[in-house]
Ligand binder design. Structure first.
Ligand code: PM9
Length: 467
């Protein structure tokens, strides 16, 4: 047999879910009804759903079979012990507290470990993570390297922490005033960009020297491990599972949204090594999530997660998953579309500022582009710019992060390359006619995580996409 030149997904399709095609008129009415916010669209009116990779992946036949093994006991379900064994094996932490999803774990960790007024450095903010830190009086400080804020930089590890920024903060405020370091594996808001193993080691060593704990946001840490294997000198010979353990072993615990890497539709966990933090988390879990052996999940959910964790570290799976993201990214680059470089792990991030240079920041170009893309082709994307960033807690002014992005997020094992082609064609065509896209202004702004429920109207007309 000739040498294999190309690769394909390591699965075949057993069941399909029909998609509904809509007309342009239907989509125009739907986006207006949704206040030009793609979060408020009914999914039955979406053709290709690239809103998020969170809880949208396809489970395997083994995971579906696992659902039938759900032990729905209130306490001490078999599936909890299976999940605990998988978390210990692949993530390596001593204590597991399941939660209904990632922000459940963030809620527990922030409440237990942050005193009002303390600082929480991190490699770029994430929306729910920062919201929970602030809710309990913490102050997030960004210590990611500068390259992460530059969509054109080709740095292979744009998720890295800047050790000088971190040390400066420690010296300025004192280690006692730092709750912990929040370290995200593949940084979502930077465009799905990984950290190097060397940087993770150095960052953790620096924190530990000052007695500061490091908690990993492990939501996409397996994708980070894959990038380390691919890009970091000396790491190619290791398995993804080995690298994942090396990342986790540097840290003191993690919060996890299992809806991403772990291939489940719902679920998450907090995992820590410290006995006292674990005890406090089990106590709070009972108040907010459910008993500490189910944390808001059914036994079957925990089983699907246990199986998903094992599947997530398989090389062929990760190669195909990130390969598909890269396929879409390359098409857009060929079409001249400005996207975040290098192409990320869980999605392709369009630089909306460069895509729509005629729109000022306070006309929310990324929000406008996501709405226009839906009108053009029924592809649903997500804004990741000023609307997501929210307002400054003290001044109340809009925060305008350097990156004003639209995320085309790829669910795992769900769409084919043909769906990627349709998406790319629509984005490229919009880019060629970008002046037709109007800016937006708020008509409703909720207090927390405004991007989920905010409503807008086009400035200067009824339509977001003017022909
Ligand atoms: N991320 C995403 O679409 C889902 C909703 S927020 C728009 O990217 C990280 C790095 C995440 C994340 C969710 C959470 C919260 C924590 N950390 O959604 O609560 O990307 O399970 O996880 C979303 P949950």
């Amino acid at each position: 047999m000739a040498t294999r030149r190309s690769w394909a997904e390591p699965w075949k399709i057993k069941m399909v879910e029909p998609l509904r095609m809509t007309t342009r008129a239907e989509r125009e009415a739907a986006i207006a009804e949704a206040g030009f916010n793609t979060f408020l669209l009914p999914s039955r009116l979406v053709y290709i759903d690239l809103l998020t990779d969170s809880g949208t992946s396809a489970m395997s036949d083994r995971q579906w079979a696992g659902l039938m093994l759900g032990d729905e006991a209130y306490a001490g379900s078999d599936n909890f012990y299976h999940l605990e064994a998988m978390v210990r094996k692949y993530y390596g932490y001593k204590h597991l507290i399941p939660t209904h999803q990632g922000r459940g774990a963030e809620h527990l960790l922030s409440t237990i470990c942050i005193r009002p007024g303390q600082y929480v450095p991190g490699n770029m903010y994430f929306t729910t993570t920062k919201a929970h830190q602030e809710r309990v009086g913490g102050k997030f400080v960004d210590v990611i390297i500068d390259e992460a804020h530059d969509s054109t930089s080709d740095h292979p590890f744009k998720g890295n922490c800047d050790l000088a920024k971190l040390e400066k903060l420690i010296e300025r405020v004192g280690a006692n005033n730092i709750a912990y370091l929040s370290l995200e594996g593949t940084v979502n808001m930077a465009g799905g960009q990984p950290c190097s193993l060397a940087n993770i080691r150095e960052t953790c060593a620096l924190c530990h020297r000052y007695g500061i704990k490091v908690f990993l946001d492990a939501t996409r840490a397996v994708e980070n491990a894959y990038f380390i294997k691919l890009r970091e000198p000396g790491q190619a010979g290791k398995t993804i599972a080995q690298i994942l353990r090396e990342i986790c072993d540097c840290t003191d615990g993690c919060t996890m949204s299992a809806k991403k890497d772990s291939l489940v539709n719902i679920g998450g966990f907090l995992a820590v090594n410290d006995d006292k933090i674990a005890e406090a988390a089990r106590n709070l879990c009972v108040l907010f999530e459910g008993l500490h052996t189910y944390g808001g999940l059914a036994g079957r959910d925990m089983e699907a997660m246990a199986v998903g964790i094992e599947e997530s570290v398989q090389y062929d799976h990760m190669h195909a998953r990130i390969g598909q993201v890269e396929y879409l990214g390359r098409k857009l680059i060929e079409g001249g579309v400005p996207i975040v470089r290098p192409i990320g792990g869980h999605g392709v991030f369009i630089d909306a500022g460069k895509f729509l240079p005629h729109l000022p920041r306070d006309r929310f170009p990324a929000q406008a582009l996501a709405a226009a893309l839906y009108v053009d082709s029924g592809v649903r994307a997500m804004e990741r710019g000023a609307v997501s960033a929210g307002r400054d807690k003290e001044t109340g002014a809009h925060l305008f992060p350097k990156l004003e992005l639209v995320r085309l997020t790829i669910p795992r094992r769900v769409y084919t390359q043909a769906h990627m082609d349709v998406t790319a064609e629509s984005v490229i065509e919009l880019f060629q006619h970008h002046r037709k896209i109007a800016g937006l202004r708020f008509t409703y702004e909720p207090e927390f995580l405004r991007f989920f429920q905010a409503r807008f109207e086009p400035v200067g007309g009824q339509s977001i996409l003017n022909d």
